[in-house]
Ligand binder design. Structure first.
Ligand code: MOS
Length: 760
């Protein structure tokens, strides 16, 4: 990967004497490669015992008998918790809602009812993890089974069901013009249907919680979480604990991709056992159990497009059905992009949810857009071919200058530059339009293109900046770094604001006792935490300047803060740089051990109303298809991204590269496979759930297009965690069409589909 990153980094202009904008290596890199970084299952205590979760084997029904005698008799077993003996918490008698998913939380061990296969039904606690795991097989459970439904297509096709009664209709942007009418009267029109399967997050580190029990009754929780405050609030509320009695410490996450936005069941079970047993408890999920948490929901989509003979889009209709659980309405932004991405007078969007006997889906990298935009961008490609237009020309012809849904401008939109620079780098001009027209030996070559879009979110967050007497700056916020580079970019922002070298700044994250921060999600981390850190450092700078002016007296003369420059750990006079004072001298002279400032930052409400804010991308993909073997190889990808100012081209390119790899993986390999007869995911391991590996990845290139945006937030940044997957999947599918002449409407595009379409 390094060569790709370096290629990208070298193309960035290198601003002098400041860290922001430079491809700084991760400040937490050494801790990670030496094993010093501790993840939630790494924390320990002398009294640590281990819990293993037992999951239901049926998808719907109830437990009629659960017999733990054999488990309890097994040497080393300490306790077994089930719905029959779990503590009677008030939480079980009311709904628990959280901010991100304002519907009821699943409550583990609440009752005997089974709502999905894999539901946790017991926790076996033993002296060691192996004993707990083995003893869990001795639990005898008798179920009363009810008929379940886990098949979304079957549910939708069932003629006995009135769809509108069975499905939950979600709010979508209101229709524009009259799309059905425009579509019906159009001479050039096309209606296509897409099936995107369930996907699982599969972060490298599985979900785990270690709860340390202290003799004063307080607990320290080490949880895999995208938000230490979120975990803290959940634990305090579910167990009715005093906020001061719980501390969540989760400095490293081990990958999450949305799966650790919501507290998961191992957290509840570990805290419950620790409180009941008055012991420290660790619960780690197995890889198989990682398939019993959230996932990207299945999506059935119908997209209808109509265009004028000159290539102007005249109607867009996008209808999506996603699945949710019996417990909650899991909703994502899946269709709104189809009303946003292209100029079009007639638009109609529909989104419905169907309840299945599965666990509730959860956010997964670019939730909604990864399904909605990747389907739309295949439909757009198909329409370009109906019009006999170059797919890039067709997109440019229908370029949206404004947000037509909200009737307002964008803070910035350099998508045109993404198309231009991406096309140039990729060599798009050399592409032959006709499918099956490019070949090398026995391989068909296909070049495909797609657009990506993702919203530039910012959430309210706070941070603390502390300057010590030795001149060292410490930045602290409860925010998480889920592997995206947050430690590094916050360190860069802080160092630049106070004119310090990176080595004089330490950033501490993932601790609920630190200033409040929301979950790291929606690609909002850089804008949210970065703005808070910037604000805290600016405020600290003001205070230091005030002291410096007061103490320097005659040295600086009558000056204000604006006359001073902070550089190299010193403060000097702009007009006479020879006059200077060290930061540590300032602290020493005011005779305190440190100066501390807490600050929060939030998006400008007026600006948020006036402008739409989005990151954009253009993805160009080359595939090589061996029709005899059905093998598809993605040989080249150029992803040109416009995401405002890039704080760190190295970590940012890493995010885009990860998104591209996942986009390829989604196009060609990933599929959570249910056996609908038993309602369970059967490919719950890395042998059967296929993910792109290094061998599947070839030449990837990321371009960051220059985009100046002083409106989106004071830092001018848009977030890059998710945009990389949006468009990539569609570009692969479009490239496969260009290579083979066959449209693939169902993901993943596996060998069998290539082979059967080749024969057709
Ligand atoms: Mo992301 S799906 O918001 O972690």
């Amino acid at each position: 990967m390094d060569k790709h990153t370096d290629k990208t980094a070298s193309r960035q202009p290198t601003p002098q004497a400041c860290h922001v904008g430079q491809g700084i290596a991760r400040v937490d890199g050494r801790a990670k490669v030496t094993g010093a970084a501790r993840y939630s299952a790494d924390f320990t205590a002398p009294d640590l015992v281990h819990g293993y979760v037992v999951n239901s084997t049926i998808a719907r029904g109830r437990i009629v008998n659960i017999d733990a005698t054999g488990v309890l008799d097994f040497p080393g077993v300490i306790a077994v918790f089930t719905h029959e003996n779990r503590p009677d918490l008030a939480w079980f008698h009311r709904d628990h809602k959280d901010k991100d998913t304002p519907t009821a939380h699943f409550r583990p061990l609440a009752d005997a009812v089974i709502r999905y296969s894999g539901q946790p039904i017991a926790l076996v606690v033993a002296q060691d993890a192996e004993t707990a795991r083995y003893a869990s097989t001795l639990l005898h459970v008798q179920y009363e089974t009810e008929r379940h439904q886990t098949n979304l297509s079957a549910l939708c096709d069932d003629p006995d069901l009135s769809l509108n009664q069975q499905m939950i209709v979600k709010k979508t942007p209101k229709p524009r013009g009259d799309a059905p009418h425009a579509f019906a009267g159009a001479s050039i029109r096309n209606c296509t249907q897409y099936h995107f399967p369930i996907e699982h997050h599969n972060p490298m580190a599985p979900h785990a919680s270690t709860v340390l029990w202290h003799s004063n009754g307080k607990i320290t929780v080490h949880d895999k979480t995208q938000g230490s405050r979120q975990t803290h609030d959940y634990v305090c509320e579910a167990f009715e604990l005093d906020k001061a009695d719980v501390q969540v410490v989760s400095p490293y996450v081990g990958g999450a991709f949305g799966l650790a936005i919501r507290p998961q069941y191992q957290l509840f079970l570990a805290v419950m056992a620790a409180r009941e047993l008055r012991l420290s408890v660790r619960v780690v999920l197995s890889r198989e159990q990682m398939f019993t948490l959230g996932y990207r929901p299945e999506a059935l989509q119908t997209i209808s497009l109509a265009a004028e003979p000159n290539g102007a889009l005249n109607a867009v209709m996008h209808d999506a059905i996603g699945n949710t659980s019996q417990l909650e309405d899991f909703t994502e932004s899946i269709v709104k992009w189809s009303g946003l991405l292209y100029q079009c007078p007639n638009v109609k969007l529909n989104y419905r949810l169907a309840r299945l006997d599965l666990y509730t889906p959860t956010d997964m990298r670019a939730p909604g857009a990864a399904s909605g935009v990747n389907a739309l961008e295949q439909a757009i490609d198909e329409m370009a071919y109906l019009l006999e237009m170059d797919p890039l020309q067709f997109r440019l012809k229908n370029y949206a200058e404004r947000d037509q849904i909200e009737s307002r401008d964008f803070t910035s939109k350099e998508l045109r530059a993404c198309y231009a620079q991406g096309a140039e780098r990729f060599g798009w001009a050399r592409r032959l339009h006709a499918p099956r027209s490019m070949r090398e030996g026995r391989e068909l070559i296909g070049w495909g293109l797609a657009t990506g879009v993702w919203e530039a979110f910012q959430q309210k967050a706070s941070a603390r900046a502390t300057l010590s007497a030795d001149g060292h700056l410490e930045i602290a916020t409860a925010a998480a770094d889920i592997g995206t580079g947050t430690y590094t970019i916050l360190t860069q922002i802080a160092a630049d604001t106070l004119g310090l070298p990176l080595s004089s700044v330490t950033t501490t994250l993932g601790d609920s006792s630190l200033p409040w921060a929301p979950v790291e999600g929606g690609s909002s981390g850089a804008a949210s935490f970065g703005s808070a850190v910037k604000a805290a450092c600016e405020a600290l700078k003001k205070r230091i300047a005030k002291h410096a002016i007061a103490m320097s007296g005659p040295a600086f003369g009558h000056v204000t803060e604006d006359d001073l420059v902070f550089t190299g750990g010193q403060i000097c006079l702009k007009s006479d740089p020879g006059k200077r004072v060290h930061l540590k001298e300032v602290i020493k002279r005011i005779d305190i051990s440190q100066l501390t400032v807490d600050c929060s930052a939030e998006p400008d409400a007026a600006s948020k109303k006036r402008y739409s804010r989005n990151a954009h991308s253009a993805v160009f993909v080359e595939v090589r298809v061996d029709e005899e073997l059905g093998q598809v190889r993605v040989s080249r990808v150029v992803n040109a991204v416009a995401a405002g100012r890039i704080l760190n081209p190295k970590t940012a390119a890493n995010q885009i590269l990860g998104g591209i790899v996942w986009g390829i993986s989604k196009a060609l390999y990933e599929e959570g496979m249910l056996d609908h007869r038993i309602g369970r995911f059967m490919n719950h391991n890395f042998a059967d759930y296929h993910i792109a590996t290094s061998a599947d990845i070839d030449d990837l290139e990321v371009i960051f297009v220059e985009e100046h945006d002083s409106e989106v937030n004071p830092l001018g940044i848009k977030g890059v965690g998710e945009i990389g997957i949006v468009g990539t999947t569609a570009a692969v599918a479009n490239a496969i069409f260009h290579a083979t002449g066959k449209r693939m409407y169902a993901l993943p595009i596996t060998m069998d589909k290539i082979l059967s379409s080749a024969k057709a």
